[in-house]
Design a protein around this ligand. Structure first.
Ligand SMILES: Nc1ncnc2c1ncn2[C@@H]1O[C@H](COP(=O)(O)OP(=O)(O)OP(=O)(O)O)[C@@H](O)[C@H]1O
Length: 452
């Protein structure tokens, strides 16, 4: 039997049902395994048409993932090539951690948070033991099964198929979980990148909102430094030699307690160890699991007793968590200019949001050395409102800010394409350039119409 016959035979085994969604690597279908009757999720990965057929190196690597069997890792039941696509068959999962975090009807007790973090770390520990990194940890990659078990999904895909293409809007927010060494362009990284991401998820569980919401890679580093202080070379000696290293203005670290007012001392201690700048000094997943946070009361909640989110597609806008908790604003980066000269013809709506970031990055490079005021990132909590939804393709992320800004601002002055927003009370410029930078041209027009 040829490889092709074999793959056709396997493909016939699964009865495709509805599309569950589309991710970075392709479409995911619900399906029934006709041999076992089991409901499965099939991820169809586009690998393009290749003359020599499917990419068997990728296939071989994927088969290795099949060996990664652990209660906290989603089981890769099967994989097969079919019509130029790789099909990965996974156990079907009900929901994911993002849905839990965002469902405001769910109260997460300290024991619940501990349980979710423990399951996350246990899954990671198993893979790190086998020298496999995840590289794309985020709450929607942590799936939750019918018995409350949390399982890591998309393991190793980033390595096998390359890093997710960040031009896709739905991938933009993966940067919120990226370790500083990745943001500084390191080529050599290890399990520490997953520990950092797990720390971001821990923080998100505590705050019920994403912790460090950078709008570009540069802004992401700014957010990180604002939260933990700008790292000194003695704190992280290798930092100076990283490919994309640039010096940031020094900011001292605020007390961690001020960012997580409700966390216990043990939780804060573990969090600070997971958020260590130098990846060589960062706590390992195994050490994290042995931290006293897990052995001291309260015990982690039994997975079966964890609060269950409403089925994914039934979550309504009104159920989303309001934005609460402290603000993290970015410190300025030295010697950079991010403001573009004009906005006309530079609409940044919808699926082009990330192009904006690309433009900004370009501008930074082009203007390195100028002394314009470096931007602070806009943090949505200054408006005391909910954070932006994770974007969908057609959503203008900045629109919401513009609308909220309406309530607080009195006028927008447009002068030689430079826009100043005047604050109501003080009548002084409010969030100058950096704020405007975050608005797309149509939002600016809207503001101008209202106030100008
Ligand atoms: N094993 C599974 N069981 C049930 N639903 C799943 C499973 N795997 C993925 N899904 C669903 O399919 C959809 C697409 O998933 P996929 O993992 O490809 O992308 P994503 O997680 O939405 O985004 P990204 O690619 O950026 O991680 C999501 O709604 C996801 O919840």
């Amino acid at each position: 039997m040829t490889e092709l016959d074999l793959s056709k035979k396997v493909a016939d085994r699964y009865l495709k049902r509805e599309v569950l969604g589309e991710g970075t690597y392709g479409v995911v279908y619900k399906a029934i395994d006709t041999q076992t009757g089991q409901t499965v999720a099939i991820k169809k990965i586009r690998i393009g048409k290749q003359k020599e057929g499917v990419n068997f190196t990728a296939l071989r690597e994927i088969k290795l993932l099949k060996e990664l069997k652990d209660p906290n890792i989603i089981e890769l039941i099967d994989c097969f090539p079919h019509k130029g696509n790789l099909h990965l068959v996974f156990e079907f999962m009900e929901t994911d951690l993002e849905a839990v975090i965002r469902d405001r009807n769910i109260f997460l007790s300290p024991g619940d948070i501990k349980s979710y973090l423990q399951m996350t770390l246990k899954g990671l520990a198993h893979c790190h033991k086998k020298w496999v990194l995840h590289r794309d940890m985020k709450p929607n990659n942590l799936l939750i099964g019918p018995n409350g078990q949390l399982k890591l999904a998309d393991f190793g895909l980033a390595r096998i198929f390359g890093s997710p293409d960040r031009r896709f809007t739905h991938q933009v927010f993966a940067r919120w979980y990226r370790a500083p060494e990745l943001l500084f362009g390191t080529k050599q990284y290890g399990p520490g990148v997953d520990v950092w991401a797990a720390a971001c998820i821990f923080a998100e569980l505590l705050l019920r909102r994403p912790f460090l919401q950078g709008s570009s890679d540069i802004d992401q580093l700014g957010k990180i430094f604002a939260a933990f202080g700008t790292p000194s070379p003695s704190q992280w000696p290798d930092m100076l030699y990283l490919p994309d290293y640039v010096e940031y203005q020094y900011v001292p670290p605020p007390p961690l307690r001020s960012l997580f007012p409700m966390a216990t001392d043990d939780a804060l201690d573990l969090l600070s160890k997971m958020f260590t700048y130098d990846p060589k000094e960062r706590i390992s997943v195994q050490q994290a699991l042995e931290h006293r946070y897990f052995s001291c009361p309260p015990p982690p909640t039994d997975p079966e007793k964890l609060p269950r989110p409403a089925p994914k597609r039934e979550i309504k806008e009104s159920d989303l968590n309001p934005h609460e908790g402290p603000t993290v604003l970015s410190p300025a980066r030295k010697s950079r200019r991010v403001m573009r000269d004009g906005f006309e013809g530079n609409s940044l709506q919808g699926d082009k949001i990330d192009d904006n970031h690309a433009n900004l990055k370009q501008t930074v490079g082009d203007n390195a050395g100028t002394n314009d005021q470096a931007p602070m990132s806009l943090d949505f909590s200054v408006f005391g409102l909910k954070p932006p939804n994770r974007p969908t393709i057609n959503r203008c992320l900045t629109e919401e800010v513009a609308v909220q800004a309406d309530k607080h601002l009195t006028s927008v002055v447009v002068q030689r394409q430079k826009i100043t927003i005047i604050e109501e009370k003080s009548q002084k410029p409010y969030f100058p350039d950096p704020f405007v930078r975050n608005l797309c041209s149509s939002c600016i027009k809207k503001l101008v119409q209202v106030h100008g």
